[in-house]
Design a protein around this ligand. Structure first.
Ligand code: HEC
Ligand code: HEC
Length: 297
């Protein structure tokens, strides 16, 4: 037996001894087959590691390079034309097949996920919330809306809903300012996800635009400017948006608030983030009830 072999055996014995020591000191029950198999596995890994290391260390000492050299060389350093070791090649192929199976069928589709569980629980809770509040009266909705508003909307719209001096939309003073209407007329609008889709820009210009904006911002009262005909084709002659096809620009209705809360809005004042599915229909209705109450409706 050469010295390398002796050192290897000693190292294997230390590894096995340490394994047995840990198993004993942790009082692991070896009559349990799983524990026993794990222990045998640990010993096998120790023996294999030492055996394979000894084989390769010996080989490095005695082997000399053989085989046919490839034609290219880099500063005199060449490369042999070796076949891929079949074990390596097969495990590489196997890993690729396994990875494809894992990503397409194994893991993502059927596995348990914490996010999935969270989403399911939120869904179940929301369904319960919707069921209990299905017939909530206006006073309840207004109260509910106030608490949601104070948490989610007040940071930008202000605790009183006044829009913090022009930083966001002012709910107390009116529905939409002249400046905003002019900006929509000039730039068009395609943010809110209405059935009509985009509103084209430059529907009116100059004095026509001014007249329309004054009329709309004033709550569509008094004589309708003739140029409003350009708007009526989508918003209706009364400005109410033809049953939800386009935005209701005459009143601040629930439909508009729902679209804004769901999709967010980029407008003349700034950008309002979308709340997507973070609110249930009843919560949005509650918000709408509360926002209307801010104007004394
Ligand atoms: C082709 C159809 C169409 C025409 C014509 C049109 N609109 Fe619109 N408008 C829309 C749609 C759809 C929206 C929905 C909002 C969005 O997509 O952002 C909208 C939104 C608006 C808004 C924003 C409402 C809000 O509070 O966010 C205003 C204001 C408006 N329109 C005013 C006008 C005026 C004034 C005219 C006439 C000069 C006009 N629109 C002509 C389709 C139209
Ligand atoms: C990060 C700030 C921010 C938050 C939070 C926020 N908003 Fe807004 N909101 C804005 C801004 C800015 C505007 C003006 C957009 C524009 O220029 O037309 C606006 C506009 C609006 C409008 C009017 C849109 C129109 O078409 O006229 C409604 C309705 C609205 N917000 C509702 C809400 C509600 C309800 C909440 C709470 C769930 C909320 N916002 C939270 C910034 C915010």
């Amino acid at each position: 037996m050469n010295a390398l072999m002796a050192k290897g055996l000693l190292f294997a014995a230390i590894l096995i001894g340490a394994t047995i020591y840990v198993v004993n000191s942790m009082h692991i029950d070896l009559s349990d087959p799983i524990n026993l198999i794990t222990m045998i596995g640990a010993i096998a890994i120790a023996v294999l590691t030492v055996g394979v290391s000894i084989k390769y260390i010996n080989q490095m000492k005695t082997d000399s390079a053989s085989g046919e050299l490839a034609e290219e060389n880099w500063d005199g350093i060449g490369e042999y034309k070796n076949e891929l070791p079949s074990g390596w090649a097969f495990s590489f192929l196997g890993t690729m097949i396994w990875a494809m199976w894992y990503w397409t069928m194994g893991y993502p589709v059927n596995a348990f996920s914490q996010i999935g569980q969270y989403n399911e629980e939120v869904k179940a809770y929301n369904a319960k919330f919707e069921a209990t509040n299905k017939n909530a009266d206006a006073a309840t909705l207004q109260q509910m809306g106030e608490s949601i508003f104070l948490v989610q909307c007040a940071p930008c719209h202000g605790t009183t809903g006044d829009g913090l001096s022009g930083k966001a939309h002012d709910f107390v003073d009116g529905r939409i300012s002249k400046k905003q209407v002019l900006a929509v007329i000039k730039n068009g609008s395609n943010q809110l996800g209405y059935q009509m889709g985009a509103m084209p820009p430059m529907m009116a210009q100059g004095k026509d635009a001014e007249d329309i904006a004054t009329y709309v911002a004033g709550g569509m009262k008094g004589k309708q400017p003739a140029a409003f005909a350009a708007c009526a084709s989508c918003h209706g002659a009364d400005g109410k948006g033809m049953n939800g096809m386009a935005a209701n620009i005459a009143d601040y209705d629930e439909n508009l608030i729902t679209h804004v809360v769901k999709h967010g809005k980029k407008g003349a004042i700034g950008t309002m983030p979308a709340f997507h599915d973070r609110m249930t229909p009843i919560q949005i209705k509650a918000l709408a009830t509360y926002i209307k109450s801010l104007r004394g409706e």
